[in-house]
Design a protein around this ligand. Structure first.
Ligand SMILES: *Cc1c(COP(=O)(O)O)cnc(C)c1O
Length: 249
């Protein structure tokens, strides 16, 4: 009903929209100074100004991810980052930890891109335990594990630190982490966890307009990506990395 009300309001947005009360995980209310910044004139995307912007944004994203790795700015929704993670980070056999709609979306993307997916499904509101992950890894030869840190659809928070430890200790699998509603809302320790890929979106806890996603990946994952035919072009993480080293989009 809320969505219909909002859609009906669309033709008469203007002042009314700015009074709107957001009760969503995202998009959120965006601060006026951020909205003002969007009215700046465009800058050429291969200019020194752009290089400086990319470097500045990157330096501020790193602590939010708890990483010293590059954080790429992806022009797309978080779902694009999710697909990017699957395409460049997984090979054949994916273990998907599912505690709600976004964990399921991760699994579906892996299936649609031709991976063989095994799900470990938690009860609604619950999370998959590190012990369940250990058991699943013992029983299958997975090259990748997907997990959603903060499962927005139920509010459940996965213990990524412990899951990462289990994945590291009992397999060679890469751990891909959806941190869309946790980056900016709580401390993220990508490097300390030993996660291979973490992504977030602009319109959730970061309280920015939608349309951008942020991705960090380990060197080990990038090395895997470089050997895969499946990375595509626009979503090729390895390409993002290549251009990031030139401070370019
Ligand atoms: C919102 C959300 C997504 C998808 O984000 P989009 O930018 O709409 O594609 C993915 N994962 C989680 C946990 C989310 O909350």
């Amino acid at each position: 009903a809320w969505y219909r009300w909002r859609t009906a309001l669309k033709p008469c947005v203007g002042a009314m929209m700015s009074d709107e009360r957001f009760v969503l995980p995202g998009p959120t209310e965006v601060r006026p100074e951020v909205l003002d910044a969007m009215r700046h004139p465009m800058i050429p995307h291969r200019s020194a100004a752009m290089e400086l912007l990319i470097q500045t944004v990157h330096a501020r994203l790193q602590p939010m991810f708890g990483t010293t790795l590059p954080v790429y700015v992806v022009t797309g929704p978080s779902t694009a980052a999710m697909e990017m993670a699957v395409r460049c980070g997984s090979i054949e056999r994916v273990l998907a930890l599912v505690c709600g709609a976004f964990g399921e979306r991760f699994a579906e993307i892996a299936e649609l891109t031709g991976r063989e997916v095994t799900r470990v499904i938690a009860e609604p509101g619950q999370v998959v335990s590190p012990e369940q992950v250990r058991l699943a890894l013992e029983n299958g030869n997975y090259d990748t594990v997907t997990v959603v840190h903060s499962e927005t659809s139920t509010g459940a928070l996965s213990d990524v630190a412990s899951i990462a430890k289990v994945v590291r200790d009992s397999s060679n699998a890469m751990l891909l982490v959806d941190a869309v509603t946790s980056v900016g809302a709580m401390p993220i320790a990508m490097d300390a966890w030993g996660a291979d890929l973490v992504f977030a979106g602009s319109q959730k806890a970061l309280a920015l307009p939608p349309g951008l996603a942020f991705v960090a990946a380990s060197e080990r994952l990038l090395n895997r990506g470089r050997t895969l035919f499946d990375c595509g072009y626009a979503l090729a993480l390895v390409r993002y990395d290549e251009f990031w080293h030139k401070s370019q989009s």
